[in-house]
Design a protein around this ligand. Sequence first.
Ligand code: GTP
Length: 595
Amino acid sequence: FTPEKIRNFSIIAHIDHGKSTLADRILEMTGNIKKLEKNDQHQVLDTLAVERERGITVLAQTASIITKYQNDDYLLNLIDTPGHVDFSYQVNRSLRACQGAVLLVDATSSIQAQTLSNLQKARDANLKIIPVINKVDLDSANIEKTYEDLVLQLDFDEDEILKISAKTGLNCDKLIERIITDIEYPKGDPEAAARAFLFNADYIGDRGVKCMIQMIDGEIDLARDRSIHSFHKSKKYDMFEVGVVTPELAPTGILKTGQVGYFLSNMKSIKDAHIGDTFYLTGSRDSINPFPGYEPPQCMVYSGIYPESAEEYEACEKAIQSLLLTDGSISFQYENSAALGGGFRLGFLGMLHLDIFRQRIKDEHGIEVIITHPSVNYKCHLRNGEMIEVDNPNESPDAAMIDYWEEAICDTTIMVPREYLEAIGYLGLPYYQEFLEEQIICKYKIPLAEMIGTFFDQLKSSTSGYASVEYKVIGYEPCELSKVVFHLNGEPVDALSFLVYTNKAREFSLYYARKLKDILPPQQFAVAIQAKIGGKVICRETIRALRKDVTAKLYGGDNTRRTKLLDKQKKGKKLMRQLGKINVNSDVFFKLLKR
Ligand code: GTP
C-alpha cells in the first residue's frame, strides 16, 4: 500500500455510545471477521475478560482492515480508544497516530462530557472529524435533537452528519466510504530515514512486548533491518517480527510509510515502551527529529494491597508482577503493615483502574486481596524547608515537623440535563457555566481527594445517572490535614490510619467508628474503638462482648456434627487477620471501603 491508499482513524465517543460495537461492525463488514451471531455480546476489540464483563474498553486495541472502494484496495487502520475518564490519557496518544476520527454520539443521550473532551483532543490534533449519530434503530432515539445539538453546539455542517446503527449495520457502509473520501492519507516521506511513533504497547507473554507504531517516514524491512532504537530511552532492541494487527497479529516482515503495525523484539518490560517515544534504525539517530515526548501516566490513587493470608504472599506477589507486565501505568512498591503483614503499595490512574486491578487479580489469578483505604498523593512541606510526597498515611511525618500540606486540585467538568442543575447545587458555585439547548456545562475546581471518595456515587444518585464527568489534575493548593489513627482496645492499627481534612476529622472518625462497630465481628470480650489524632481521642465506640457459639443450635450428644461444625469454624479462622487482638477477615476491608 502506498500512503495514498492508507487511512488511519479512531472512533471517539462518550462511554457506552457504541465504539466497540461500531468497531466490530466495521471489521465484520469488511470481511475481517465472520458475521457475529445475533445477540452475541462478544466484542472483538475488547479482549480482556474484565472489559467484556463491564462492557468498557480498558486498553486500546488496533485493527488493520483492507477494503475495496471504486476498484481500489484501501488499508484502513482503526485505532480503538478507551472510554473511561481514568484512561483519557490513552486517548491522547492514540489520536497522535491518526489523521481522522469518527465522533460517535448516542441518539438516546446526545452530547456528553467525554464527547466534548474527546472532540477537543481530536480538534487539537488537527484531525478530520466525521460526526456520526449512533443507535438510530432504537425507539428511544431522539435523532432530530442529537442532530441539532451537533450543528448548533459543535458547529458541524448539516450535510456532514451521518446517522447509523452500529448494531444493525445501517449506514455503516456509508461511514466506511466517508472514512476513505474525507480523511487525509498520512503524509510521511518514504525516502527519509525510518521514523516510527510508539502509540501503544502490550505485554503478550513469552514473546515480550508488542509495540504498536505508526511508520511516519521511511520503512522497516525485517530482511534488512534487525535493530531498532528508542530515542528517549536510548535503548537498542533486536526485532524478530514485524506486521499488522487484524486484530490478530499478522506478520508482514515490512512496514511502510504511513502504515500502522507492530514489532516484536527482545523488549521484555512494558515500562521500556515509553508511549510517545520515537523509534529509529541503527545509524540514523542524528538524522531524525524525535516527536515531542509524552509525559508518563500519572498515578492518582494509592492503596496498600495485601494477601488474605500470609501463606498467599508469594502467589500474590507473582500475580501482581504479572499484571504489572501488562500495565505500565501502575506504580509498585513493597510495604509492610503491623496489622496486615507483608504487602504492596500500588498507584493507579483512578478508582476504576484500581477496581479493574482487583477484578483482574481475582479473575486471572484466583487471588482475593485486601485493599486498604485509597489515598491521593499529598505534598508535605516540612519546617526545615524540605518537601516530601506522602501517599501513605503511615509515612506521614510527625505533626510537629510539618509546616503545611498541599493537595492536588482537579479541573472538573460536569454535564447534566438542565433540570438537574439544582440537584448538583451541593457542589457549590461552579467557576464556569454554559447553558446549552437542554444540557448545562459546569466547571469546578475540586480536590482530587474528594474525586476519589464518594464524589462519583453521590453525583450519580443525585442526577439519576444523567451527569457525565471529565477531570484532570491542574495543580496543588494548600490544605489542612490530620492523621487519624484507629485504635482497637488501645492498640493502634496501622491499616486503619487515614489522612483527612482537619475540619472533617471528627465527622469522618465518627462515621468510620460506627461502621467498624457494625462490621467487626462480635468478640468474646468487649472491644473499644477509638479514633485518635496525635494521641488525643476524638471519638469512641464500643462493641459489646458476645460469644458466637456455632454449636448452640445442637442438642444431645451428636458429637460428629459438633466436631464438624467446630472444624468449619477453625477453617474460617484461617482466612482471618488480626487487628489488634481482634480477628477479622478480608471482608471487613471491602465493607469499610464500600460506602
Ligand atoms: P466503552 O468501550 O466502555 O467506551 O463503550 P463503547 O462506547 O464501546 O460502547 P459499546 O460498543 O460497548 O456499546 C454500549 C451498549 O450500546 C452495548 O450494549 C451495545 O450493544 C449498545 N449499542 C451500541 N450501538 C448500538 C446501536 O446502534 N443500536 C443499539 N440498539 N444498541 C447499540
